[in-house]
Design a protein around this ligand. Structure first.
Ligand code: FES
Ligand SMILES: [Fe+2]
Length: 410
């Protein structure tokens, strides 16, 4: 993000804090609770958003070297993603061409070739079939025609994107739009380093899990004794980019900027940027750390979802002033941090924030919303004027499925 855009954004957040105001969606809307429990809708969502839509599967840092690989089963098909010996990113169906055995069940690692555990056919990291065992007994196979089944894939702006359909269309610039692509390029995600991951499998529809990221109206209530110490809640800046959006949440450290010269202002010192990329990804930028959340519906339970979280070190994100050394935060003291000093996050603090805020508070509450929706007794939820990101997400996915727009709450 250009410095003048960052300064504009920080001034906007300071104005909202000073005037006790926030972004205004212009209307209150009703969201039918059936959208969280309808199995027919869940089937449509799966087809449109997960089977037939490009998917971010991680950042370039997930495949840091030639020969790096990772696997996933989030898309209903086993995927083996590799970086080949030329450095090119590929995504394959993780299934041997002989009789479909999974080539590796390791989550990630580094290897130049994959030997099938069933009958030991071997494949290179570019997918080609290198050899079959005992060909004189097995019979003739044209190796050139029996490489791994490849899915469309692309790597750009530090994102790894896959299309789950073999003939699917994948263009990262179209997915992001020019403005968001420019921002992602400026953040240089490719310079990040993979730190670790975690998974939350919880009893809430994937859209309720996604809703957790869509408003900060709840900060001083639900997070009153924890995260609220670090961030201003209901003063969140909101920007839309087609079906994607960005929320910028000011940290309490933003107040110290009032006394600093503007050239020293840095938006990731002053807050957290939460980029939502349609349909299911949240990319969260904090000082020194990028966290990527990918939320997937359960295939069997409409009221259940899995959130895959990956953490990346990003030393290039955050202030670069040598005289402005941030105190070391740990998981134990993160909520008691001195907000007059810059907050620099790390893997330990992120894991703690996920455990005690996202899981114990946000998803806990989300599971209660799920129960209310499932009861059939509460026919709609309400999205306020101060919840534009929630309104946008639900409006976008409804448009994509040709569903009626949300009604105003009169
Ligand atoms: S299934 Fe892989 S070698 Fe037979
Ligand atoms: Fe929250």
């Amino acid at each position: 993000m250009k410095q003048h855009q960052q300064i504009e954004l920080m001034k906007h957040m300071l104005t909202m804090i000073d005037s006790d105001s926030t972004e205004d969606a212009g209307q209150v809307v009703k969201n039918p609770t059936t959208s969280y429990v309808c199995t027919d809708l869940a089937r449509q969502e799966w087809e449109h958003f997960f089977e037939r839509h490009p998917q971010i599967i991680g950042l370039s840092a997930d495949l840091p070297e030639k020969g790096s690989f990772m696997t996933s089963n989030d898309l209903g098909i086993p995927v083996l993603a590799t970086r080949d010996s030329d450095g090119k990113f590929h995504a394959f169906v993780n299934a041997c061409r002989h009789r479909g055995a999974v080539l590796t069940e390791a989550e990630r690692g580094k290897q130049r070739r994959f030997a099938c555990p069933f009958h030991a056919w071997t494949y290179s990291s570019d997918g080609s079939l290198l050899g079959i065992r005992a060909p004189q007994k097995f019979g003739n196979i044209d190796r050139k025609c029996h490489g791994l089944v490849e899915l469309p894939s692309a790597e750009k702006y530090g994102l790894l994107v896959v299309h789950p359909q073999i003939d699917g269309n994948l263009d990262i610039d179209t997915l992001l739009g020019a403005e968001l692509a420019e921002q992602f390029e400026s953040w240089d995600f490719a310079a990040a380093r993979y730190l670790g991951n975690s998974t939350l499998d919880r009893k809430l529809n994937w859209k309720i899990a996604n809703d957790t990221f869509g408003e900060n109206y709840h900060f001083d209530t639900l997070h009153g004794t924890r995260l609220n110490n670090l961030f201003y809640g209901d003063a969140t800046a909101y920007d839309e980019y087609g079906r994607n959006h960005r929320m910028t949440l000011p940290s309490r450290y933003i107040d110290t900027l009032r006394d600093k010269p503007e050239p020293q202002w840095n938006v990731t010192d002053a807050g957290v940027l939460v980029y939502y990329v349609f349909p299911n990804t949240q990319i969260v930028l904090t000082n020194r750390i990028i966290s990527v959340f990918r939320i997937y519906p359960s295939r069997t339970e409409v009221g259940r979802s899995t959130t895959q979280i990956a953490y990346y070190e990003a030393q290039h994100i955050g202030s670069a002033f040598a005289d402005d050394i941030a105190p070391k935060l740990s998981g134990d003291n993160v909520y008691a941090a001195d907000v007059s000093q810059r907050l620099e996050f790390n893997l330990e603090t992120q894991r703690e924030l996920i455990r005690s805020t996202l899981d114990e508070e946000d998803y806990y509450m989300g599971a209660k919303s799920q129960e209310a929706a499932a009861s059939g007794k509460v026919d709609h939820f309400i999205f306020g004027r101060n919840e534009p990101a929630l309104q946008h997400f639900h409006r976008s996915y409804r448009e994509a499925l040709d569903l009626a727009p949300l009604n105003a709450h009169l």
